[in-house]
Ligand binder design. Structure first.
Ligand code: SF4
Ligand code: SF4
Length: 156
């Protein structure tokens, strides 16, 4: 199942210290470092996000946020999506969102396959499925999805 980022920006709200801007290299280019891995990278503001990037006033109210994050309507957008470091590109805050048969969100699963849910039935089904499916299975997420769908849950 493909992870769909909702562009809420939550994961970037406190990464200001982790994506360090070292030097401005051009009007929309910055030499940066991904501090957690010590990896330098050249950030280039995406052409279609330059207008929102130009207004940095939002950062005054959110000093801990990544310097490249900007509000856009209901969303918070990464303005360097094309050149952002790989750990940003591959980050998944949620591997699965699970809805009960009424369509109500019943639980979320993080990228480490930890279920967060108050639904006792769902927790029981999830625990049993994890005991059945070897954790090294390459298709573990697809297999878990099938188990949940067989019990009437919907997985996104
Ligand atoms: S990865 Fe998750 S927390 Fe980060 S912006 Fe997307 S939906 Fe929000
Ligand atoms: S570079 Fe983009 S994805 Fe990475 S922390 Fe900053 S705003 Fe978020």
């Amino acid at each position: 199942m493909a992870f769909r980022c909702r562009m809420c920006g939550t994961c970037c709200m406190y990464l200001g210290d982790y994506i360090a801007l070292e030097r401005r290299a051009g009007p929309y280019e910055f030499e940066c470092e991904s501090v957690s891995t010590g990896t330098p990278f050249l950030a280039r503001v995406d052409e279609d996000k330059r207008e929102i990037f130009n207004d940095a006033s939002w950062l005054d109210e959110h000093p801990a946020a990544c310097r490249f994050l900007r509000p856009s309507g209901e969303h918070l957008l990464c303005t360097i999506h094309e050149t952002s470091p790989s750990q940003c590109k591959f980050y998944r805050c949620v591997a699965m969102r699970i809805y009960d048969p009424r369509g109500v969100l019943a639980g979320k699963v993080t990228g480490t396959l930890a279920l967060h849910s108050d639904d006792k039935d769902l927790r029981r089904i999830w625990g049993a499925a994890l005991r059945e499916i070897p954790e090294w299975s390459a298709d573990i997420e697809e297999r878990l999805q099938k188990v949940l769908e067989a019990q009437g849950y919907r997985v996104e």
